[in-house]
Every structure is written in C-alpha cells, then in structure tokens.
Design a protein. Sequence first.
Length: 99
Amino acid sequence: MAKKKSVSRNGPQTASRQERRVPANALFTAPVTDKQRRELERLRDLPDSQIDFADAPEGNPRVSGIQTGRFYRPIKQLVSIRVDAEVLRREMQTNARGR
C-alpha cells in the first residue's frame, strides 16, 4: 500500500529545486558578505546607460492594484465618561427615530 503525501492547510507542498523557503528575518538581519558587497559596489558604479531595464516591471502600477490604507489601523484609546441617565435616555430616543 502506497503512503499518502501529507497536505498542509494551503494545499500540497510544491517547492521546486530552485525555490527555498527563508524566514524574513534571515533576509533583513544577515550581514552582507564580502562577495555581495563587491557585487553591490560594482552595480553602484555601473552607469545608467549600461543598465538593462528589459526585465524590470513598469513604473506605474495599475489603478486597480493600489490598496490605500491596507495595513493602517487607527490608534484606539480607552475613554470613560459619566453621563446623566436622562441625557443618555434622550439621546437613545433621538437616535432610534433616525434623527
């Protein structure tokens, strides 16, 4: 009897040989090696006329692809107020009528 392949919540794992999962903190906190530093310096010194932009994406995103405020969360603050019972009752009645 053949073993079943395990399936995660997001479906089967289909990583190719070139694909390797790396945690984000490893990308942004790992020190730059001497080889990487030399490559970056070489690219920095390259004149703009010699840069091939053929594989670069367009500079202007599609309007439908823009998501304004996607990660914005307003700051919430706990507030406590004392309100007279008559004022609260009157306000509730006014809002119930559709003001």
